[in-house]
Design a protein around this ligand. Structure first.
Ligand SMILES: C[S@@+](CC[C@H](N)C(=O)[O-])C[C@H]1O[C@@H](n2cnc3c(N)ncnc32)[C@H](O)[C@@H]1O
Length: 250
């Protein structure tokens, strides 16, 4: 089992409701606003890397059919449990690898890929003509000050930003009118424990290709203290987030 699958299987959900923070968006690009605007009641939507289905169940519109997929069987187990609780209809969750997609061709009106890996060619195949890919990703410079202090983290050693790689792969797959938008947000964590909870739950300080140990045992708290000293504000502990959004048409 690869490190990434092990990580997500152990986490089992993508629920952050226990962590206290506020978010300020500096960019006017919201994947769910676009999704809601572009879909109709007859739409077929695929959500890749759906996690425990938390975002799908709370933000996706009521449409003809939604399929949420994830590589982690534990995440899909959580998603099925959350679906039952939600009482939503026309939604199905199943295990699937985004890099080895086993799904109908020319079937979906919209594919959503939020904070997960993609294969643009395979997404292109499963979309209908005129169908839309909506992607949001975590970019190289996300939480960069913190990653710099730890000397490691997600995409820390990447030469080319992942936003650029995705953008070019999507163009190369044959998509038209491809737009790449930088998304900037500021998060303010209420306490040190809230920030630590985020770092333990997400791969911000992880590099899956090098991960060998439990992050919990490796999180050097003196670095966190130093970071907090520099970034404490009256709104909370500041974390600068750098995401990107892509919209592309088949
Ligand atoms: C950061 S979470 C994002 C969850 C959700 N999309 C969201 O935006 O809240 C990433 C998810 O992608 C899944 N994932 C990672 N690699 C994958 C792959 N190759 N195929 C399918 N899912 C994958 C993980 O299991 C995890 O649930």
């Amino acid at each position: 089992m690869n490190n990434e699958l092990k990580f997500y299987n152990e986490i089992k959900n993508w629920d952050f409701s226990e962590i206290k923070y506020i978010e300020e968006s500096l960019t006017n690009w919201d994947i769910y606003d676009i999704l809601n605007k572009e879909s109709t009641k007859n739409s077929y939507i695929l959500d890749l890397g759906t996690g425990g289905g938390e975002k799908l169940l709370n933000n996706f519109p009521e449409v003809k059919k939604i399929i949420g997929t994830d590589l982690s069987p534990e995440m899909i187990k959580t998603a099925k449990f959350n679906l039952e609780k939600s009482k939503r209809k026309n939604i199905e969750f199943r295990v699937m690898d985004n890099l080895d997609m086993n799904i109908e061709n020319d079937y979906f009106d919209i594919v959503v890929a939020r904070h997960t890996c993609i294969d643009a060619n395979q997404i292109y195949k499963c979309l209908k003509k005129g169908g839309i890919l909506l992607l949001r990703g975590v970019d190289k410079l996300d939480c960069f000050e913190l990653k710099r202090m730890y000397g490691k983290g997600q995409a820390y050693n990447d030469i080319k930003p992942i936003s650029q790689i995705d953008y070019e792969n999507i163009l190369d797959a044959g998509f038209k009118n491809v737009e790449l938008v930088p998304i900037h947000t500021r998060e303010y964590y209420k306490s040190k424990n809230d920030l630590i909870a985020l770092l333990l739950k997400t791969p911000i300080l992880q590099d899956f290709s090098e991960m060998t140990e439990n992050l919990n045992e490796k999180l050097d708290l003196s670095i966190i203290d130093n970071y907090i000293k520099k970034h404490k504000t009256n709104k909370g502990i500041l974390l600068i987030r750098r995401y990107y959004g892509i919209i592309a048409y088949k």
